[in-house]
Design a protein. Structure first.
Length: 202
């Protein structure tokens, strides 16, 4: 073995990464790929989470698969695809399925959930009632700005921008910009003019 390679920081860095990061996470998570990092999460359920290549999740996230609520069992599936970046204090709860597509960027304090707490029986507290679940899918190359909330049953297409503090409760087509509470489409990309153009849907 080349002695310079043996003593190089890069070589030892690779060994330490494999021993203390990649292998433990490969065991803990449903799927775990190279060059990904989840930094100091608050709550995380690795056995329900698939992490792609080059994923970064910053501090104080909650990424939780809910496998039982009251007496009902669930099989949560959380997929965070290649190249996704997630800023601090991200909140994700999943009892069915949530998919975040490749290269999507999520800013701080964003919430994504596939769980709804209905208020069916007014004689019982909301938290004690059974939950309703609907899967969520966020496409590739999207940007979710600070404080955005994605609600159950929503599908967001590819190349979509969600404005800060928007609450998304409808499906959003590809190449759209949405803002507001509730969120509405304010611009779509026109491939004929090659411009982002205002819509009448706000």
């Amino acid at each position: 073995m080349n002695i310079n390679k043996w003593f190089s920081f890069k070589w030892w860095g690779g060994v330490l990464y494999m021993l203390f990061s990649f292998i433990p996470n490969k065991i803990r998570f449903k799927e775990w790929h190279l060059k990904s990092r989840v930094i100091k999460p608050l709550i995380i359920t690795p056995k329900y989470i698939s992490i792609g290549n080059n994923v970064v999740v910053l501090n104080d996230c909650r990424i939780q698969g809910v496998d039982k609520y009251n007496d009902v069992f669930f099989n949560p599936n959380i997929i965070i695809d290649d190249g996704v970046s997630i800023q601090q204090e991200f909140h994700l709860t999943c009892a069915n399925e949530i998919i975040i597509g490749k290269n999507t960027a999520i800013a701080a304090h964003v919430t994504i959930t596939d769980i709804h707490h209905p208020y069916t029986d007014i004689n019982m507290s909301i938290e004690d009632q059974d939950i309703e679940v609907k899967s969520v899918c966020i496409g590739q190359d999207c940007k979710l700005y600070n404080g955005a909330v994605i609600l159950p049953g929503v599908t967001i297409g590819n190349h979509v921008t969600v404005g800060a503090n928007s609450v998304v409760n409808i499906n959003i087509p590809d190449y759209s910009i949405v803002v507001g509470l509730p969120a509405r489409i304010v611009k779509r990309y026109n491939f004929n003019t090659q411009n982002w153009e205002k819509t009448d849907k706000y």
